[in-house]
Design a protein around this ligand. Structure first.
Ligand code: GCO
Ligand code: MN
Ligand code: MN
Length: 393
């Protein structure tokens, strides 16, 4: 394999979940096609290909029902693998969806025993995450939803979810954990409908929490696309609100099940726009958190294909950074998107509301016809983007 400027290094802050590169290729129509990998082996391989971090659910590392002694041995071996391979754990999360007890959800389930068990499991998993050095804790409401929607008042579900997040932020404060929560939305799958379906819903929900400053979002390309939305716009809203605490990068086509494809393998233009936003190549403040790939290799792949997949995610990200930088440095692009300024209206638009500024604004002469006739050159702008993406510029 040749090496070049697009080979990843830990400075790029790329991370993968144990469940991503460790995905054995199971789907609803067929069993695993690849062997289960030891978590320590995954850490070694991630170190070799230049990844920075590895993320995990409690059960990705410690099989459900392990004894305390088994747990300590597994965690000890894993810590050694992290150290030996220079890999960190930026994020941890809880599996609140695989065990049969969670078949009606976890924090929102009707049975208080289920809700209590979900809190017990999450507190234990938070302790594990903190022990491994995680700074972000992700909440994806895997089965927090319904098929038979009459089973509970959806308002009650929101209240229960809020109670759980408030409770767990208190737990972190009580324990002195410097851990930030990142809420991940998904519209459906595995449930027919999942509560708090998009990043926008999560942002509105966060504002209702006891300690909103501890809580942000973890938007995922696939999930926002499943809802038919623009990942880039939703991430931008989160960034502008100071709430982009984590991100799940992958590839997805609108209208499909959660495909979790290699980053950039679908909708390259959206991937370009997302990278451009995250990196701030157009001049906005960049995102500086972990760049996590929540994706997995096609079911056609063997072990070598899994690592091709992982390298591909990271290389595509870096290739898109370079393309976005070139695009935003292009004088023709800059000319088209240059701020339109107006010496009379700009001060009026930024002045605070007052009877005087209202009168001045309402009195300003605007040639409605002339303004509407200026071509905005967005056809040319978009074609330039396509040409950068195709390597023609
Ligand atoms: C999915 C989700 C998960 C979560 C993970 C971490 O659709 O399965 O994206 O991969 O991101 O459970 O919370
Ligand atoms: Mn997903
Ligand atoms: Mn995800």
């Amino acid at each position: 394999m040749t090496s070049d400027a697009f080979d990843p290094t830990p400075a790029d802050r790329f991370s993968f979940g144990l469940w991503t590169v460790g995905n054995p290729g199971r789907d609803p129509f067929g069993g695993p096609v690849r062997a289960t990998q030891d978590p320590c082996r995954i850490v070694k391989k991630l170190g070799e290909i230049g990844a920075w971090g590895v993320n995990l659910h409690d059960e990705d590392l410690i099989p459900f029902g392990s004894s305390a002694a088994e747990r300590d041995r597994i965690v000890g071996d894993f810590k050694k693998a992290l150290e030996d391979n220079g890999v960190v754990v930026p994020m941890a999360t809880t599996n609140l969806f695989s065990q049969p007890i969670f078949r009606d959800g976890a924090f929102t389930a009707n049975d208080p025993k289920v809700r209590a068990f979900a809190l017990q499991k999450t507190m234990t998993a938070i302790e594990l995450g903190v022990e491994l050095g995680a700074q972000t804790y992700v909440f994806w409401g895997g089965r927090e939803g319904t098929e038979a929607d009459a089973c509970r008042d959806p308002q009650e579900a929101t209240k229960r979810f809020r109670h759980a997040i408030d409770y767990l932020t208190c737990f972190c404060e009580d324990k002195g954990y410097d851990l930030r929560f990142a809420l991940e939305a998904k519209p459906n799958e595995p449930r027919g409908d999942i509560y708090l379906a998009t990043t926008g819903h999560m942002l509105a929900f966060i504002a209702t929490l006891d300690k909103p400053e501890r809580v942000g979002v973890n938007p995922e390309v696939a999930h926002e696309s499943m809802a038919g939305l623009s990942m880039t716009h939703n991430v931008a809203q989160a960034m502008e609100a100071g709430k982009l605490f984590h991100i799940d990068l992958n590839g997805q086509r609108i209208g499909r099940y959660d495909q979790d494809l290699r980053f950039g393998s679908e909708d390259l233009k959206q991937a370009f726009l997302l990278v451009r936003l995250l990196e701030g190549t157009a001049g906005n403040d960049p995102y500086s958190g972990p760049l996590h790939f929540d994706a997995h290799a096609y079911r056609t792949e063997d072990d070598a294909g899994v690592w091709d997949f992982a390298r591909g995610c990271m290389r595509t990200y870096k290739l898109l950074v370079a393309r976005a930088q070139a695009f935003d440095a292009d004088s023709e692009v800059r000319d088209i998107i240059a701020d339109v300024t107006d010496p009379v209206l700009d001060p009026l638009l930024s002045a605070p509301y007052s009877p005087e500024t209202v009168a001045a604004l309402r009195g300003a002469a605007i040639d409605v016809k002339a303004v509407a006739q200026i071509g905005l050159r967005y056809e040319r702008l978009d074609q330039l983007m396509v040409e950068y993406l195709m390597g023609a510029r």
